[in-house]
Ligand binder design. Structure first.
Ligand SMILES: [Zn+2]
Length: 310
């Protein structure tokens, strides 16, 4: 296959025949005046689409939220977890996504098969999300997770997260998220970036970054043309000096397991469990986050009932 070469704002991208791996980079500007996190998430979003059988609008809404959670989760430490909940009144219903500090993300959308007419050639994500709230919870291993909530601005996710970061975390931020869906519904390209200004950022740097943002093509088309996270950072920051602090792979991964779902069955209580065995004789549980199904036959359920009785 021929190598395709793209030139955008003086930066050259090469698109080869190999699928690019998904990863995230953290970069910081000179004198720590700003930071930029960027990632490519094409495989992550495709995996979510495949697992939940999402149609394009849901793929895009869930993919943007998952990409944002990875970018924000990159600021966590150790076993901390970050959850984004988008609760709109549109046909998609709730979107719930969890990410950790190590590049793992999982998530679901309540109604994965929604179709609305496109607007100006774009998927109507905002209309499908509707009005409502966006919450971010950070479970930092303390008694209560830290949670901040904002009203949705447009339901397009990126703007809504920027509003959250400004209002709840007092950090002026620009959030750019994109998912490009193929005609066969598979994910062609996905990625995102978050730019955050640190307290005391100089006016001239601010102007430069604003220019960089304004002249940047949408992230999804950049990724589609083979741009890597480093290229996105370069396009945004232009000639401002930046240092890349970290690079890590990102992937769709879920922490559910058969043992965890056994605990769910045990927590139903002895009587409920006995009824279930009597009436159904088996059980099938499905993880919301990754759509994995777990089947328990009568014998297995009886063993779980014995455990519940002890
Ligand atoms: Zn799962």
């Amino acid at each position: 296959m021929a190598l395709l070469v793209f030139l955008i704002n003086g930066i050259m991208f090469q698109k080869g025949c190999d699928a690019m791996e998904d990863y995230l980079i953290k970069a910081i500007g000179e004198e720590e005046q700003f930071r930029v996190y960027a990632c490519v998430t094409t495989n992550v979003v495709e995996e979510a689409r495949r697992r939940h059988n999402t149609w394009p609008i849901a793929t895009s809404a869930l993919g943007r939220t998952m990409t944002a959670a990875l970018l924000m989760g990159a600021n966590l430490k150790g076993d901390d977890l970050l959850t984004i909940r988008v609760l709109g009144n549109g046909p998609l219903g709730a979107i719930v996504v969890t990410a950790d500090a190590h590049g793992s993300v999982r998530g679901y959308v309540q109604n994965p098969q929604v179709h609305l007419p496109s607007k100006d050639g774009k998927l109507s994500v905002g209309a499908a999300v509707g009005r409502g709230t966006l919450s971010v919870s950070k479970d930092l291993g303390l008694k209560e997770p830290f949670t901040g909530t904002v009203e949705l601005v447009s339901g397009e996710i990126g703007e809504d997260l920027a509003a959250y970061l400004l209002k709840s975390e007092q950090t002026p931020s620009a959030v750019s998220l994109g998912v490009l869906v193929e005609t066969d519904n598979s994910v062609k390209a996905a990625g995102g970036l978050i730019l955050q200004l640190m307290p005391g950022a100089r006016e001239d740097i601010l102007e430069k970054l604003e220019q960089g943002l304004a002249s940047m093509p949408p992230v999804s088309s950049l990724v589609n043309q083979g741009a890597k996270p480093e290229d996105m950072v370069k396009l945004l920051t232009e000639d401002l000096p930046v240092k890349i602090l970290d690079k890590m792979p990102v992937s769709f991964s879920c922490s559910c397991s058969r043992e965890r779902l056994e605990q769910v069955l045990i927590s139903m209580g002895k009587d409920e469990l006995a009824d279930l065995i009597e009436e159904q004789g088996e059980a099938e549980l499905q993880c919301h986050f990754c759509a994995q199904k777990y089947h328990f036959n009568k014998q297995e359920l009886q063993k779980i009932l014995e455990e519940a009785e002890n």
